[in-house]
Design a protein around this ligand. Structure first.
Ligand code: NAP
Length: 332
């Protein structure tokens, strides 16, 4: 079968298409004929990092099950599934053991024609989604879901701030609307403002031309602040997020896009009683909850562009350009 491998030689990591043996389903495993994969910001970092052994990249993929190994009881051949980001995080809180089971990071990922996954490492995907759409769910969508729904306990009427127009933020916008919340969306690109409005953002802010976007959020909320901030900027944006959130509001710490930031004091977290929560993708149980909500609401992920299998390097380059809106997919 065809697959991609990341391999480090003379200190340089490269991505190339290779021939590998087609996997066979072991005990408790299923083999998935991958039909689509999707990119995340982390794949850019992983594609440049030095490796001691070759690795099939990407954590996000969907396809159909072609073989179920001995001991597999629930998933069967023909099921349309996506792999879970952490192969071993089934339910309950995050634990150190599952950190070693990340697709396309410590174990081979999904950018291949066939992939063997644990039965508990796949979930059935909503029937109305194409394979490309389903491939966007395992990382970005689940992260946004855990942030707003599982941990954030979002309510109708809440105000949610989402930052930029990458995968996590666009899913956060869609889930917030699904739950009856109002969305204030930011972007650093003027041409994306209209697309955010068209998706349902009640207000949009260009964080480059309005660097003090936290003040705009306060104005838009009558001086109170937002109920939720989906924080993908990290140190570079956290001080503003803490100014833009309401007393008792929720800041989900997800990403590091904003680089180094101003010095900030934890005092505001205490004085405002802010809930600050680290979010790391999510468990299989959260994935199933999210899929039920996506199916019921007929929500469709926003796929900016789909590349052919031979164009994986071009897909990564497009992600790096930051010109995308939502998700980038690769057809397998
Ligand atoms: N903790 C987790 O479980 C988890 C899971 C997934 C992702 N992440 C992290 O979350 C972040 C986003 O990931 P992603 O896959 O959604 O990324 P992505 O699709 O590559 O999105 C990048 C977009 O973010 C926006 N952006 C860039 N710099 C920004 C800044 N300083 N402030 C606000 N927005 C900015 C830009 O949109 P505009 O052009 O609109 O400005 C850019 O296109 C990354 O740091 C990633 O590592 C964490």
């Amino acid at each position: 079968m065809k697959a991609y491998e990341l391999r480090t030689e003379s200190g340089v990591t490269t991505l190339s298409m290779v021939e590998r043996a087609q996997p066979v389903a072991g005990r408790g495993e299923v083999v998935v004929r991958m039909r689509a994969a999707s990119l995340n910001y982390r794949d850019l970092i992983i594609s440049k990092a030095p490796r001691s052994a070759p690795l099939i990249p990407l954590c996000d993929g969907a396809g159909e099950v072609v073989e179920a190994g001995p001991g597999v009881s629930d998933i069967k051949a023909g099921d349309r599934v996506a792999g879970t980001y952490f192969q071993d995080w089934v339910s309950g809180p995050l634990n150190p053991g599952v950190l070693r089971t990340v697709l396309g990071q410590n174990i081979d990922g999904v950018l291949a024609e066939y992939v063997a996954l644990k039965e508990h490492g796949v979930v059935r995907v909503p029937a109305h989604l194409s394979f490309e759409e389903a491939a966007t769910l395992p990382c970005a969508a689940l992260t946004a879901w855990q942030a707003l729904v599982t941990e954030g306990r979002i309510k109708a009427g809440d105000t949610v701030v989402v930052m930029g127009t990458g995968g996590v933020s666009i899913f956060a916008l869609q889930f917030a609307l699904m739950c009856g919340a109002r969305v204030i969306a930011t972007t650093g690109t003027d041409s994306k403002l209209e697309r955010l409005r068209a998706l349902g953002a009640a207000a949009v802010i260009n964080y480059k031309t309005t660097p003090e976007w936290d003040k705009t959020v306060l104005e838009l909320t009558g001086g109170v602040g937002a109920d939720h901030i989906v924080e993908v900027g990290g140190a570079g944006t956290l001080p503003r997020s803490l100014r833009a959130v309401r007393h008792g509001g929720f800041v989900s710490l997800i990403g590091v896009l904003g680089g180094a930031g101003e010095k900030f004091s934890p005092g505001s977290i205490i004085l405002k009683g802010v809930r600050l929560q680290g979010i790391f993708v999510g468990s299989r149980e959260m994935f199933e909850d999210m899929n039920r909500a996506i199916a019921l609401s007929a929500m469709r992920p926003v796929v900016d562009r789909t590349y052919q299998f031979e164009e994986a390097a071009a897909a990564l380059a497009f992600l790096e350009s930051g010109r995308h809106f939502g998700k980038i997919c690769i057809r397998v």
